[in-house]
Design a protein around this ligand. Sequence first.
Ligand SMILES: [Zn+2]
Length: 611
Amino acid sequence: MILYCVIRTGVNAKHQVENGIGLLGRSNLLASRIVAEMASTTAYEPETYPHHWLPESVELKTWAQIEPWYQQLLAMPIDSAEALEAWLVAAGELNGAVGQEGVERYIAMTCQTDDPTHEAAYLEFIREIEPRLKPIQNEIRNRYLDSPYRAALPRDRYFVFDRALENRRALYREANIERETQLAELEQGYQKIMGAMTVNFRDQERTLAQMAVFLEEPDRALRQEAWEASATRRLADRETLDRQFDEMKQLRIAVAKEAGFSSFVDYAFRLRERFDYGVPETVLFQDSVEKVVVPLAREIQEERRKALGVETLRPWDLSVDPSGRDPLRPFKDVDKLAEGAEQIFREVAPELGRQFAYLRDHKLLDLANRKGKAPGGYQTTLEDDRLPFIFMNAVGMDGDVRTLLHEGGHAFHTLACRGEKLAAYRECPLEFCEVASMTMELFGAKNLDPFYEGKDAARSYRRLLEGIVLILPWIATVDAFQHWIYNNPAHTPTDRAEAWRGLIERFGGEVDWTGHEDARDFSWHRQLHIFLYPFYYIEYGIAQLGALQLWARALKDRPAAVADYRNALALGGSRPLPELFAAARIRFDFGADLIAPLMETIREELSQLEE
Ligand SMILES: [Zn+2]
């Protein structure tokens, strides 16, 4: 279950740009576009968006190259509302081009973490460029917010933009830049520790992602052995991870204090731009999940226990097929994965199939797992080209199909709003980004024929639905845990482990941890969000509720649900969160009365699936 969440990680990670892995530069992109045009008249042809202000061929790899452009931007005269809007477009171009430099370096590093040149290039960006950008971004923000011409801009169009910028200005403190750089390095250190974990199992050195494959093996003793090997390896680093986390916690609290907040919780909510919900709503989410989701999750686990014919469900019994069938193996090589996904997208909507074909043709995917690649999966945006890039670690498991459908949903979102003029509106609140991706997993779940024959498709669909029921309590656990951490900042690592255990008891299933209490009490170490993106997790729960609503509608009328989905995606981030939900004709609500009927629909759907 934890791995399931780890997979969905740095979504739309705003790590920003050079590649070295065959990513397309601007001129190549144009050349391949011509080839694509000749190959098929019906192929997806993304619009190109030439710069209005910045030269097309500008090089922005070093601070010496970047800085003069920002100086020019800040010196530009603004003498009318129109000039202010044009200036915003110019700022968006420059930020996008510099941002793409950072994104390309991030992609290159995660594709090959064992190549020190990529690591150095990325670290150079976060150490040499990002810290210098921050005060300039602040100046740009102030220039806009203080402009006398802002009042003449259409209020409805700029409301979301202004609200975000005013909030960022209120939170910004120059004295925090140093702390944020230290945090970024600690965060990178966490990824390095986790990425370096391997075990020697059956005479072979294996990554923990590779070890997860054994948890699907019908042989219970083999599963136990594999699970214990991984758990032991993780626990070997537990003190280092606890120490690192304490350092991060202290830095975060200091950042909040500097910005005038007595609590990191309130600071984090503002930083995450949670304008449309607050602490009471997240507590409501936790309570609703406990009330109406946890009982169904426990039913599912009880059925699993019976089907497996075991006395108690152990941590190594959670991924295997309960009827003892061999693991689903949907594809052998990643070309088949990409081809099958394209076919599914085409069945959901032909245009989406064409868009995905474009990503395949233009090498905007890196799908295969290999040694040295960072764990997990993400979709990021090459901002200057306004194109998505998908990264994942496919090894031939059922979950890989789902991950690609998920990241595909993010990519369609990027493509749906790439025509938006205001760069900030080409980004969207994470709570809605995940509606785009999670809905695509559900829309695609009844079209799995490229990967499965006969009953295997139903098996995969069942896994998806059960996974959703099981992930919601996990999200509530991770969320409640972070509230506890930052509401009780003086705690010790032992207090923290106890608090975590209490939450596992409240939200967890009927898993028997006897003999492995330590693995349970430190299992939060695997949840990278707690380390890397504090409080970023409930977004997945909020989005899942949105995705389930669209899915429930699609069960009755899929074309209508797909149309609503695409209409809402096209808005990008130009509207507040509740309006984005409304555009997809779904409710933005965390109450038990919204969630209970969704759980009922899942229960009915599960009961109709053939075993
Ligand atoms: Zn996602």
